[in-house]
Design a protein around this ligand. Structure first.
Ligand SMILES: [Mg+2]
Length: 376
């Protein structure tokens, strides 16, 4: 079996309306679903199954096709190492994750198994947390501590066992006192049994982060995520020592398992972070998962999507939660875009998401719709 091409399937689809503030954070838009462009990357083989994944761009896939042509699509580690090291490609986003996800999908189709079974098959259901959008200035949205409390209460009623707040970030007022008031209002609204986390403005000073972290410890939050610039390991080492709430990271720092090894060695966090999209695909994320296992440290996956679910389904020292969102009172997250027959992360009655049980990554593409709306 050899790779013969890497195709980019470009098509128009619909999404729930969103706006972006001038600092780049998403908020709900208004009106009916809006048209948007989407891609699927397809790795084509001569006499085996093809591999598919959502995303990828034409330029990257064209030059990856030149490189991958004639290679064995099951040689994932060779291909990963070669893209990551010889071509010095960033792990963060970029073609390494796209190609790796499509190769794992192909491997699953070849074996007739869902990817998480190939990876180890540790668990079928992952508890999930509701992850809110960033704060805004709408009192009916996420504009006040009381609005966060009301929304958190409705999320718990909907069946979530845990809630993660993204609070205010510029251009909205990120004053630590206001953030702490929102965290306190949410704890009072949902009671002591619900796990709560905070992902705050990522550029607080040490003293601001310490002020918030001490409040979170009193409120028994489960973790405190990325309050400081992640380029400073020393700042995180200081914070992890200073506060009792578990500190989680790094999420956006450059590098993959090597960067996380330095953080662990320096005692810069209590819980590690990885993700498939930012961590070099499933192959890259797994390297971090196994690194964490060697240090008896849990590892939480950032964001949703099929690849993350399969990695979480294969962890033997599990990260506690999968992330479902981003959510907002005015945003209809549980809505299936027309290019899919079903979303990948439907919420079960017990507050979990089932790891996809279909072969490969298990995405449920609506090929009739995609073919009717093809752009290339
Ligand atoms: Mg985060």
């Amino acid at each position: 079996m050899q790779i013969t091409d890497v195709e980019t399937i470009r098509f128009e689809t619909e999404r729930q309306p969103k706006t972006t503030d001038r600092k780049g954070h998403a908020h709900p838009g208004e009106g009916p679903p809006e048209r948007t462009e989407q891609t699927i990357t397809r790795i084509v083989t001569d006499d085996g199954p093809d591999g598919y994944t959502l995303g990828g761009d034409e330029d990257s896939n064209r030059w990856m096709a030149d490189y991958l042509e004639g290679m064995d699509p099951l040689a994932r580690e060779t291909i990963w190492k070669d893209i990551a090291t010889h071509r010095r490609i960033s792990y963060r986003r970029g073609p390494i994750a796209t190609i790796d996800h499509a190769l794992w999908d192909l491997a699953g189709r070849h074996a007739g198994l869902p990817v998480y079974k190939l990876l180890g098959g540790a668990r079928e259901r992952i508890p999930c947390y509701a992850s809110t959008m960033c704060g805004d200035d709408d009192p009916e949205g996420l504009g006040t501590p009381e609005a966060y409390a009301d929304f958190a209460e409705s999320l718990v009623e909907a069946g979530y066992p845990a809630v993660k707040l993204h609070t205010w970030m510029p251009p909205y007022d990120e004053d630590p006192e206001r953030v702490i008031a929102a965290c306190r209002a949410v704890r009072e609204a949902v009671g002591p049994e619900i796990d709560l986390m905070l992902d705050s403005h990522h550029f607080y000073t040490r003293l601001e982060a310490k002020q918030i972290g001490e409040a979170l410890a009193d409120l028994e939050y489960t973790w405190f995520e990325e309050p400081l610039n992640e380029q400073s390991i020393a700042a995180y080492e200081w914070l992890t020592r200073e506060v009792d709430v578990p500190v989680l990271g790094p999420e956006t720092v450059r590098g993959n398992m090597q960067a996380r090894a330095e953080w662990i060695r320096n005692g810069a966090m209590d819980i590690c972070r990885t993700s498939c999209n930012n961590g070099g695909g499933i192959t890259g994320a797994l390297k971090t998962v196994h690194l964490c296992e060697a240090f008896e440290m849990t590892c939480e996956a950032h964001g949703g999507g099929a690849p993350n679910l399969h990695v979480m389904g294969a962890m033997s020292i599990p990260g506690r939660y999968c992330e479902r969102g981003l959510l907002h009172p005015d945003y209809e997250y549980d809505w299936t875009p027309p290019h899919l027959d079903a979303p990948i992360d439907e919420l079960n009655d017990d507050g979990t998401v089932t790891v996809p049980q279909r072969v490969g990554l298990g995405e449920r593409y609506n090929w009739d719709y995609i073919d009717d709306n093809r752009l290339s």
